[in-house]
Design a protein around this ligand. Structure first.
Ligand code: 5GP
Length: 211
């Protein structure tokens, strides 16, 4: 007789990917989301201008500073930070609803936001820092995507060095030399973290039933 598959209740986890821009984080997030079940992207709000090709509500919720200030005042953001002179924040409602349902949420946020999440929800947070294979390669990737002005590229390169200095604040660090290899590593982290005893809330009842 075949038995019904055993499924144990689990807490959703907050899966944070951070990196200097251009290290391949966006591509990796998209691939991870398309390959894995039970994980979805947290779409941040931002006050920065939309880049060509970006879609409101998909890449970001593009809002003005007044709306952003209201969200901060009303405590509607899980974390928020200023990056490159623009404001960014993670809407609270989306993440909380999914985590409660045992669904994982992926966050593309910087080290400042990661620090805030670690302070408020240390048990739910899994943080991964993605490094470029070298700084010249990072600069090449930034230029190749041709989304930013020369001035912004230079500013991002300067920022990259200071962002990289926060690598010790992360649970995992991955060098993205080869996209597919890096993706395998990130997927392994996600799968192992999902199996952590503390996240498997249904284990107690399961063990009781075993006895
Ligand atoms: P970009 O403007 O290139 O999309 O993003 C710039 C930086 O802001 C990236 O490092 C990205 O991870 C970070 N970022 C995007 N959304 C958020 C957010 O909601 N909170 C924080 N703290 N950082 C964010």
């Amino acid at each position: 007789m075949t038995q019904a598959p055993i499924s144990l209740n689990r807490r959703g986890l907050m899966f944070v990917l951070s990196s200097p821009s251009g290290a391949g984080k966006t591509t990796m997030s998209r691939k991870l989301l398309s390959q894995q079940d039970n994980i979805s992207m947290s779409v941040s709000v931002t006050t920065r201008a939309m880049r060509p090709g970006e879609v409101d509500g998909k890449d970001y919720f593009f809002i003005d500073k007044a709306k952003y200030d209201t969200m901060v005042e009303r405590n509607e953001l899980l974390e928020h930070a200023e990056v490159f002179g623009n404001h960014y924040g993670t809407p609270k409602a989306y993440a909380e609803a999914h985590l409660r349902n045992g669904e994982d949420v992926l966050f593309d946020i910087d080290w400042q936001g990661t620090k805030q999440l670690r302070a408020t929800a240390p048990n739910d947070l899994v943080s991964v820092f993605i490094l470029p294979p070298s700084l010249p390669e990072l600069e090449r990737r930034l230029r190749a995507r041709a989304q930013d002005s020369e001035e912004v590229v230079q500013k991002r390169m300067e920022k990259a060095i200071s962002e990289i200095s926060h690598w010790t604040e992360y649970d995992y660090v991955i060098v993205n030399q080869d996209l597919d290899a890096a993706l395998v590593k990130i997927t392994s982290i996600l799968h192992a973290e999902r199996l952590k005893r503390e996240r498997q809330e249904g284990l107690g009842a399961f063990i009781e039933a075993l006895k």
